[in-house]
Design a binder for this molecule. Structure first.
Ligand SMILES: Cc1cc2nc3c(=O)[nH]c(=O)nc-3n(C[C@H](O)[C@H](O)[C@H](O)COP(=O)(O)OP(=O)(O)OC[C@H]3O[C@@H](n4cnc5c(N)ncnc54)[C@H](O)[C@@H]3O)c2cc1C
Length: 382
């Protein structure tokens, strides 16, 4: 039995996924599920590490709400992701604890986009004029999921490991290091370790600096948030303030924490919260959602922001990995990457997902699998 298993495993092509954020983990799982690839993840930061500015996925809200962009391809991938997440969040699913299904309300201080991509969401309807908040031009409501990001990232990691995936901590300076050395560089293995048949690059904002990629179209859109423990808030609420997409948002997580935000500042690399920004976020969030104050206070008097302050459990900021021209999802053939092999090797890029990395994660992983199968001549049934 043991040798049969070994020969099956060794018949599988070795694929290395670089990066263990939501994009890398989801991609690795998707490739693994086909059954024809032996997948390993190499990453500098892992989901259970302390939060760091080098790992955006821990800072996300996160929820699934289509952005008002006329990008059909993006919406297609986001829709594929929503379908997976809706299923994962269903009662009795093994991932149910990672999600909260919520009623979501959006107020727009800008013109309504046409077509409105949110119309396809469950329980969608436009708000009536008397349901709008002052200053809002229009509004809508629907159902969606919020994602409890620390729990979800660890769920993805655990599922990947349970299905035979390998995770190696490693910091890569140039992609040629892994193309020549494979996972053996990080596992203490020998130079006879199998070389990867392909490399998948899911390094988020680091795509700007990683040797062999150095994509100068990648830039940060910094987002600052505050975390409030408010188990009584079980709905999402957002106001879109301007055409640049600045928003105030309330995102409850299943765990009872509520992320309130936000900010979006292009090319701002500052890695810590700014106190004046925190106060601005809280002021906007409380005006949009006085329900952040505990219900027992609201039952007796008009609440103030001071009633919310004792329930703050954290604050922070992350760098959304944006890219001029949109995300990069394509194959690049690298020539002469290694003295240990001849010919070209496919590198599949999957980065630059800005403020929508969660809600596009499964769709872009599907696309990576398609690109990889084409590049390696693998059929899904092989
Ligand atoms: C405040 C905020 C709110 C957000 N809200 C939402 C939301 O509601 N919905 C949504 O869909 N998205 C949201 N996002 C966006 C989302 O968080 C990102 O798009 C997503 O996390 C990007 O994931 P990633 O895997 O590409 O990058 P990351 O999470 O940054 O992961 C990159 C990985 O690559 C590894 N790596 C990098 N360089 C190297 C190297 N040289 N060697 C080895 N490993 C390396 C890192 O260690 C890490 O594991 C939000 C972001 C922020 C900041």
């Amino acid at each position: 039995m043991a040798s049969a298993h070994a020969s099956t495993a060794s018949a599988k092509k070795e694929i290395i996924v670089l990066g263990a954020g939501v994009v890398g983990l989801t991609t690795a799982l998707k490739l693994q599920q086909q059954g024809t690839y032996q997948v390993a993840i190499v990453s500098e930061v892992l989901p259970s590490d302390p939060k760091t500015i080098r790992y955006t996925s821990r800072w996300a809200g996160a929820h699934h709400v289509y952005n008002a962009v006329n990008e059909t391809n993006q919406h297609q991938l986001e829709e594929e992701t929503f379908n997976v997440m809706w299923e994962l969040s269903s009662s009795g699913s093994d991932a149910e604890e990672c999600f909260l299904r919520i009623p979501q309300t959006e107020y727009l201080f800008v013109d309504q986009p046409t077509p409105e991509p949110l119309e396809k969401m469950p329980h969608f309807r436009y708000l009536k004029p008397d349901e709008l908040i002052p200053g809002a031009k229009s509004g809508l409501t629907f159902s969606t999921v919020s994602i409890d990001v620390p729990i979800y990232l660890n769920y993805l990691l655990t599922r990947f490991l349970a299905q035979g995936g390998r995770i190696l901590r490693g910091s890569v300076l140039h992609i040629n290091q892994v193309l020549e050395g494979g996972t053996g560089l990080f596992s203490g293995g020998s130079k006879d370790d199998p070389l990867p048949a392909a490399l998948i690059v899911c390094v988020g904002i680091a795509a700007r600096f990683l040797g062999g990629v150095e994509d100068k179209d990648v830039y940060p859109i910094r987002g600052q948030t505050v975390l409030i423990r408010a188990p009584w808030v079980r709905f999402g609420r957002t106001e879109t303030l301007d055409e640049e997409g600045n928003k105030t948002y309330i995102i409850p997580r299943r765990s009872s924490d509520v992320i309130v935000g936000g900010t979006r500042t292009p090319d701002d690399w500052f890695p810590r919260s700014r106190p004046e920004t925190t106060l601005d976020i809280l002021t906007r969030a409380f005006a949009l959602c006085p329900e952040l104050a505990p219900p027992e206070i609201r039952a007796t008097r008009t609440p103030t922001l001071d009633d919310v302050m004792p329930h703050i459990v954290g604050e922070g900021c992350g760098l959304r990995p944006a890219r001029k021209g949109g995300f990069r999802l394509e194959v690049e053939w690298i020539e002469g990457a290694s003295v240990r092999r001849e010919g070209r090797i496919p590198v599949v890029h999957n980065y630059g997902h800005g403020g929508y990395g969660y809600q596009i994660s499964w769709g872009s992983a599907n696309k990576v699998l398609e690109l990889l199968n084409d590049a390696l001549g693998t059929s899904q049934s092989s």
